[in-house]
Design a protein around this ligand. Structure first.
Ligand SMILES: Nc1ncnc2c1ncn2[C@@H]1O[C@H](COP(=O)(O)OP(=O)(O)OP(=O)(O)O)[C@@H](O)[C@H]1O
Ligand SMILES: [Mg+2]
Length: 402
């Protein structure tokens, strides 16, 4: 089995997926925009360095020339900006896997909603917009509050909630560089993910994670310590409908083999509303949370599914797993961490990872990466205990920079 894997170097977890492919016996042909380090090299049978991964036509032409005379069994990508390039290569090179049309349903937020709505599922009312004039007429129909965001965005970039015409006027200048956007009815409710490993669109592993607070709020307010909590018990009454929704979404969109990452809302009235879905794993440590939940290695199991179409991981959910991202106060280098020693004294046995930046390390750009100035991961079989630990980490640990 020989697979082209796009971007084994970036984002960082792609190294793990590359390892997974090698571990299930795949000959991995990596394509990236920089040189792989010696450790990554060990998992690669070949590597093509390209000037830009995001110039899709150039990328496809270069891979075609590189492969000349060699057959490949899969073309794979787990990073959002590359899933379409992978689909185009599959079609052009005659390699099995999801079609360009199916992948478009996971990339274009309007087409996605149209297809999900056609299956009878609840989506936010939405309109595709290309101009300022379109935005005003869309919002007229949708009403306030509304969301305006790029049609194929990521990381909540250029995503705004608007509650009045005045606010809309204020944010419109910030949207000028976005060629195509979408205006949506704002859904008020708790926000969750629904993540899967699927074979032919049928989940062989499912997972749900709650965002605290909602993704847009955690991405817009520096003072917040964002929490993501993987929910152990998916049979609970407030979770179950989200899982059912997720399964039907994957069918409606014609998912193939691989991982998916969906976001959904649960309103105060108990209604479950679709948010968005991607045909690749979630970022921001979502796969790590899934691994800690079941004590498995989904980097490897994804590889097995994407190539051999079998899954060998345990589906038994043992823990609620919480991750808390921290952002330091002040600029420059981390000088001091308050509350961490006491946190360890209280919860040492439940802490599974701690990547908080230690004194002397330069701060990261919290806008550019949810990883911010590091994170701490805790887990516990009991939901309330897991919640208490994450809230504690969010409120009692403080990083200071100067
Ligand atoms: N219609 C909506 N109603 C309420 N909140 C919304 C809506 N659309 C987007 N949001 C908020 O904005 C966030 C970002 O929107 P969305 O997930 O569509 O964009 P994205 O940039 O692809 O996200 P990601 O961070 O998952 O890459 C959502 O997670 C949610 O918190
Ligand atoms: Mg999203």
């Amino acid at each position: 089995m020989r697979a082209v894997f796009l971007s084994p170097r970036y984002p960082p977890e792609m190294r793990q997926f590359t390892r997974g492919l090698a571990e299930v016996g795949v000959e991995v042909l990596g394509v990236g925009d920089g040189a792989p380090d010696p450790e990554l090299r060990r998992y690669l049978s070949g590597y093509l360095e390209v000037p830009s991964l995001l110039d899709e036509d150039d990328l496809i032409a270069r891979v075609r020339r590189w492969l000349r005379g060699r057959s490949v069994d899969r073309v794979l990508a787990n990073w959002e900006p590359l899933v379409m390039a992978a689909a185009r290569m599959r079609e052009q090179f005659g390699v099995p896997g999801m079609s360009v049309d199916a992948v478009r349903g996971f990339r274009d937020k309007q087409l996605m909603k149209d297809r999900v709505a056609a299956a009878g599922l609840r989506v936010p009312r939405a309109h595709r917009v290309h101009s300022i004039k379109d935005v005003w007429s869309a919002i007229e129909q949708i009403g306030y509050p509304a969301i305006i965001k790029p049609i194929s965005g990521a990381g909540s970039a250029d995503t705004y909630k608007v509650t009045s015409a005045l606010e809309l006027e204020r944010i419109l200048p910030h949207m000028h560089h976005v060629a195509e956007a979408i205006c949506e009815e704002f859904i008020d409710g708790d926000e969750y993910t629904y993540d899967t490993v699927a074979i032919d669109g049928v989940p062989v592993l499912e997972s749900v994670t709650q965002y605290l607070p909602n993704a847009l709020q955690m991405r817009s307010n520096e003072w917040i310590s964002p929490i993501m909590l993987s929910v152990r018990d998916l049979e609970q009454a407030h979770i179950r409908p989200g899982v059912e929704l997720g399964r039907r979404v994957l069918t409606a969109l014609g998912m193939g083999d691989g991982m998916t990452h969906m976001e959904w809302f649960r309103t105060p009235a108990g209604e479950v509303v679709f948010g968005e879905v991607a045909c690749r794993p979630g970022g921001a440590c979502v796969v790590d949370l899934m691994n800690y939940t079941n004590d498995i290695d989904l980097f490897r199991e994804w590889a097995r599914v994407a190539t051999h179409r079998t899954f060998e991981g345990s589906t038994v959910r043992k823990y609620n797993v919480g991750i808390v991202f921290k952002r330091a106060q002040g600029q420059g280098r981390i000088r001091h961490i308050a509350g961490l020693t006491e946190f360890y004294q209280r919860y040492r046995e439940h802490i599974v990872e701690d990547t908080l930046l230690r004194p002397g390390t330069p701060r990261r750009d919290w806008k550019a990466t949810l990883l911010s100035d590091g994170y701490i991961v805790v887990r516990h079989p009991d939901w309330d205990t897991a919640c208490r630990m994450t809230t504690d980490a969010a409120t009692s640990i403080h990083l200071y920079a100067s």
